[in-house]
Structure formats: C-alpha cells, structure tokens
Design a protein around this ligand. Structure first.
Ligand code: DC
Length: 222
C-alpha cells in the first residue's frame, strides 16, 4: 500500500517549499495541488471566462484537460497538453484559482486526479483539503500555518528577489482575502483535519520546519 502524507494550510505558509524538500529527502513524489487549480484558472483567464460565471466554468470543466508530469523530479502541469508551469505563478492566477476553486465542477475534476496520483505512489501532497477530503486516510496529516504578517512578508521578499515591483500592504490584503475565501467556501473549505498536527511556522526557518515535520512523519510512521 502506498504511503500518503497530507500538508494543508493557507497561502504563503511555506507548504510547497517544505513538501518539496521532504519529498526529495524521502524519495516520495511531491504533488502540488494548488498548481492544478492554477492551471484551470489560467484557462479561464485566457478564455475570458468570468470567475462568477458558474455555468460557463462548469461547461469548460467538461472539456479542459489538466495533467501532471515530472521533469528531473519537478512537477510539471499540463493544460490541454501544454506545459504551463511557468505561467501559473502570478498573483492574478493565484487569486483566480482561489475564486474558481469554490465550484463543485472544478473541485470534483481535480480531486479525482489527485486521488489517482496518490493511489499507487508514495506521495507528499499539499493543498487546502488534502487531509479533510482528498486523502482522509493519509498516514500523516500536517496543518501548516503562519501569521498573515509573516506570510505577506515572505511573499514580498520572494517577489522582490525576482525583481518584481510590489507593495507589502497589497500582498497582505490579497492574503487576507484569499484566506477568507478559502476558509469560508461551502465545498471543502480550508480547515485543520481533526487528526492533523498543527505547525505554526511564524518564528521558524525552513530547516527548522523540515526538521519538525520529519520528526512528526517518523513518529506517525513508526
Ligand atoms: O496553494 P496555491 O496558492 O497555489 O493555491 C491557489 C488556490 O487554489 C488557493 O487559494 C485555493 C485553491 N486550492 C484549493 O482550493 N484546494 C487545494 N487543494 C489547493 C488549492
């Protein structure tokens, strides 16, 4: 039977950095489910489908194809066969992903793909509903969080390092808005699973977080 590790938490808590490192260390496959929602969002943006138009979004879900591949151990997301991994990392796509992830048609399509990936492989999967909905039987569940200020500052530093122009106040506002939407949507809202371990990374660096989660995995899998 495959081993599944679920990491959930709000935007900017460091899920992908931590999950990627641990997956590499443990020779597990890393599955970034946010990237799948982002690929769908990119499709809606490219085709000028409004985030409020549930009927058009539902119809598009029937034809659009999202799939996952790996190149040198790195997850690649394909949208209708085209690798869009580089195009999905903007704030605009992230906000659109949050807006359209409220719809059942979008979630059902992607949850099925995520469950298929985890069925036959040892995976570390990160997202918002992995421990509560996608992999309820995961052997290890982590809820990774940090204060809004801390998450906004990390994202600000990341964008500045890439040479992007940005405002800390605006990023903070976006993060709060995304939290509100992800936590309050009707279907599979972001919340800590009852059997998940809470890790607050506000005062930790990456190595400290990896070390804490490594310890939790060892204990749960012993
Ligand atoms: O983790 P991320 O920022 O790439 O995710 C983008 C959005 O996708 C997030 O705000 C909500 C949605 N999402 C979701 O609803 N469920 C998941 N498992 C992963 C992401």
């Amino acid at each position: 039977m495959s081993v599944n590790i679920a990491i959930d938490g709000p935007a900017g808590a460091g899920k992908s950095t931590i999950a990627r490192k641990l997956a590499h260390e443990m020779s597990y496959i890393y599955v970034d489910t946010g990237a799948m929602y982002r690929a769908m969002a990119l499709y809606f943006l490219q085709n000028k489908i409004d985030s409020g138009d549930e009927a058009a979004i539902g119809k598009a879900c029937g034809t659009v194809e999202v799939s996952i591949g790996y190149e040198g151990g790195e997850q690649q997301v394909l949208l209708n066969g085209e690798n869009v991994s580089g195009q999905i990392r903007t704030e605009e796509v992230g906000n659109m992903a949050s807006a359209v992830s409220v719809y059942r048609a979008v979630r059902e399509k992607l949850v099925e793909l995520q469950q298929q990936l985890a069925a036959n492989e040892n995976v570390i999967m990160d997202g918002r509903d992995i421990g509560t909905c996608v992999l309820p039987k995961a052997q290890v569940k982590i809820y990774l969080t940090a204060s809004v200020e801390c998450r906004a500052k990390r994202r600000y530093d990341e964008l500045c390092a890439k040479g992007a122009e940005c405002s800390l106040a605006e990023i903070s506002k976006d993060i709060e808005e995304r939290d509100r939407r992800d936590m309050n949507r009707e279907i599979s809202p972001l919340r800590q699973a009852e059997d998940a371990v809470l890790v607050d990374t506000s005062d930790m660096n990456i190595e400290e977080v990896v070390s804490v989660i490594r310890g939790i995995c060892k204990e749960k899998m012993a």
